[in-house]
Design a protein around this ligand. Structure first.
Ligand SMILES: CC(C)(COP(=O)(O)OP(=O)(O)OC[C@H]1O[C@@H](n2cnc3c(N)ncnc32)[C@H](O)[C@@H]1OP(=O)(O)O)[C@@H](O)C(=O)NCCC(=O)NCCS
Length: 197
């Protein structure tokens, strides 16, 4: 049985674990990290904590196995992160030891978050991330979670949504290309997509 539903605060651990298990351009990043929460600190948890109403969850008999997270206003969300999310993490990771190269790269992002190009955030103010564990893939769960998010954003008057996909994430790129997103720009490591609502 599969349920697509609103986020609850007790889903936070699942946001962290799914993010790690899909955090290497769609593949499992567990082996890359000594600290299992670093990927989720950036790409999933802050949405559950700061914008829980913009998170939808996919849960089957085995538990929570997928999510879509995002914000309607990327610029305002970045300001909230600076005020309420990054400062504690920067302190926590200031003197970290035994970090892998992947851990260090994530800590660098926490210290200096990378933002989408500003022209994209003006034209497409919202952004999303979606991650499903392998057992849910290829069954239109992603399509249905995306529809829930887009319907809510449209009702809220959002103009457009952007997202960045790692250039090596062929599955992700194929999915967004088939799901109403247009490729806007290609950088060495990221492909930017946008959808006008
Ligand atoms: C990418 C992801 C969200 C897609 O969700 P999904 O539920 O598997 O996709 P759907 O079943 O809804 O597929 C919708 C369409 O995308 C296509 N698609 C999905 N995954 C694909 C893949 N790996 N390769 C090629 N096409 C793919 C489907 O064939 C389908 O096309 P159709 O409409 O012509 O039939 C999911 O596979 C996932 O979470 N992957 C790991 C994390 C990730 O990479 N997230 C995206 C980061 S940018």
């Amino acid at each position: 049985m599969l349920e697509l539903r609103a986020y609850r605060s007790d889903d936070l651990d699942a946001l962290y674990s799914i993010c790690l298990e899909t955090g290497d351009a769609g593949r499992d990043a567990t082996a890359l990290h000594n600290d299992p929460k670093l990927v989720g600190h950036i790409y999933s948890a802050p949405y559950g904590v700061l914008e829980p109403h913009n998170v939808f969850i996919a849960e089957d008999d085995l538990g929570v196995a997928g999510y879509i997270v995002g914000t309607h206003d990327t610029k305002r969300f970045a300001e909230s992160l600076e005020a309420e999310w990054w400062p504690d993490l920067r302190l926590f990771y200031a003197d970290s030891e035994d970090m892998t190269e992947a851990d260090k790269a994530r800590i660098a992002t926490i210290n200096a978050p990378s933002n989408a190009p500003s022209d994209l955030t003006i034209a497409y103010p919202a952004h999303i991330h979606m991650n499903l564990l392998p057992r849910l893939r290829g069954q239109r769960v992603g399509t249905n979670l995306l529809k829930m998010w887009v319907d809510q954003a449209r009702k809220a008057g959002v103009r457009g949504i952007h997202l960045g996909a790692n250039v090596t994430n062929e599955g992700g790129i194929a999915f967004w290309s088939k799901s109403g997103f247009n490729e806007l720009r290609r950088e060495p490591s990221v492909v930017w997509f946008g959808m006008a609502l």
